[in-house]
Design a protein around this ligand. Structure first.
Ligand code: HEM
Length: 424
């Protein structure tokens, strides 16, 4: 057995917060090794980096989620005991339900709802002196998320609900007030959605059969019990919250177009497949999730190292997306790299790796790609706008991150809005 490079520290949690996204990659480069040991939250952690490591990380015989996700993340980001924490048959059963909602028809519906909302918002923005894109797009996505799932959303609640979904995501790398905001936001959202679940179950709220809210309200777990109303709410929020979170990628997409006007023209000119490559490159290039956690399920050896049952293991998302052995010139924004991409499930892993149905890979990855594509076409083709002087830089220390100004645009004008869409 070889020895894994090991940091001689009591604990590295503070350094993780100080270094942010590149924390694992910094050490991969320093140790010249895709695997090393450190200490986070006063426990030993093995950090893994790269495509081969991702293949191991997603092997369900080797790893489990039990005890891998700290309570502080469950109490803000994803909810207690949600799908992200399940293993084995319980996970497969719940995941099958989530994936049953991701049909081509669903994606088409999301595409149509996105298009309707973009048209509505462009008209609204024409009347505004300045538009804070990140915030406006959160509201737009919140309307889409509620309409798609079947959750009623009162006009006066749109901003508050969108803010709460955003606060849950904003809390994941935070301590102090940002973390507390995420907890409070989750409590409010769970109370709201539990009520929706109850109303659907009692027949006081009619939602279409097969709509996500209906499916969640009547889902039976693998032991054939109806989810309790809290769990059903947590899982329905697992659809609503991440749809609103796509605002981060849309804002980064707007930034990429601003920095690369040629790319904007190619999207506007409908150059074949370009918008798809552009969206993939936005998801690769810009930071969102830094790493993922698992625990060793059974002892095993890999790469000459012993992994002992119960050990916490992190997979480096940000570093793998910026690894020069996988991506040529990884710190350049270059959508054409996806023209010849082989489609490995273990290299482009901003939303996890492996298989959507049998593993923990993001259930909403196709929704994300679809919603981003529609949004990039609206930004590039169906509106014109100016980007005034502002601080567009983003921190790699803050997790999650986004352009500091939230991307302000002015002088918005609609431009050849497509006519085939119902604009009600
Ligand atoms: C899981 C990222 C959008 C629903 C995940 C995971 C990541 C991720 C990193 C964990 C993968 C793992 O544990 O191995 C993102 C990002 C998004 C996004 C960056 C863009 C904003 C969405 C959307 C939905 C969604 C739009 C639903 C409509 C889920 C669910 C899981 C998940 C249900 C749990 C899957 C499981 O544990 O089996 N996502 N996601 N996500 N995501 Fe997303």
């Amino acid at each position: 057995m070889t020895t894994i490079p090991q940091e001689k520290v009591l604990d590295n949690s503070i350094r993780l917060l100080l270094e942010g996204f590149p924390f694992i990659q910094n050490r991969v480069e320093r140790f010249n090794s895709n695997i090393f040991k450190t200490r986070i939250l006063f426990q030993n952690v093995i950090c893994l980096h790269g495509e081969e490591a991702a293949k191991i990380f997603y092997d369900p015989d080797k790893f489990m989620r039990l005890g891998a996700i700290p309570n502080r993340i469950q109490n803000t980001l994803m909810g207690k005991d949600a799908i992200q924490t399940l293993d084995g048959a319980a996970h497969l059963h719940r995941k099958a339900m989530f994936m049953s909602l991701m049909t081509p028809d669903s994606l088409h519906q999301i595409n149509r709802l996105m298009s309707q909302q973009w048209q509505r918002y462009i008209k609204k923005w024409e009347q505004m002196e300045q538009v804070v894109l990140f915030e406006e797009v959160q509201d737009l996505l919140c309307r889409v998320a509620c309409a798609w799932t079947g959750v009623p959303l009162k006009e006066k609640e749109v901003r508050k609900r969108a803010q709460d979904f955003t606060a849950m995501v904003d809390a994941f790398g935070a301590v102090g007030p940002r973390h507390m905001r995420g907890r409070k936001a989750r409590k409010r959202a769970e109370k709201w959605i539990e009520k929706v679940i109850q109303q659907i179950r009692k027949g006081d709220l009619e939602v279409p059969d097969g709509s996500p809210a209906h499916v969640m309200a009547f889902h039976r777990d693998h032991d054939d019990n109806l989810l309790d109303k809290h769990m059903a709410a947590v899982e329905l929020i697992n659809l609503l919250r991440p749809i609103v979170a796509i605002a981060t990628y849309i804002t980064f997409g707007a930034l990429a177009m601003h920095d690369h006007p040629v790319a904007q023209r190619k999207i506007a000119d409908d150059e074949e497949n370009y918008v798809e490559w552009f969206v993939q490159e936005v998801r690769r290039f810009y930071p969102f999730g830094p790493f993922l956690g698992n625990r060793v399920k059974n002892d095993f050896s890999w790469g000459g190292h012993d992994f002992k049952k119960g050990t916490l293991v992190f997979l480096d998302i940000y570093g793998t997306l910026h690894d020069p052995n996988i991506w040529e010139h990884p710190h350049e924004f270059y959508p054409y790299r996806f023209k010849h991409w082989k489609g490995s499930p273990f290299d482009l892993i901003p939303q996890g790796g492996g298989d959507h149905f049998s593993g923990h890979r993001c259930a909403g990855e196709w929704v994300t790609i679809e919603a981003m594509k529609v949004s990039m076409v609206y930004l590039a083709k169906h509106m014109t706008y100016e980007v005034p002087q502002q601080d567009l830089s983003y921190s790699l220390v803050r997790m999650p991150t986004r352009p500091k100004s939230n991307f302000i645009i002015t002088n918005v004008k609609a431009n050849e809005l497509p006519t085939q869409v119902d604009r009600t």
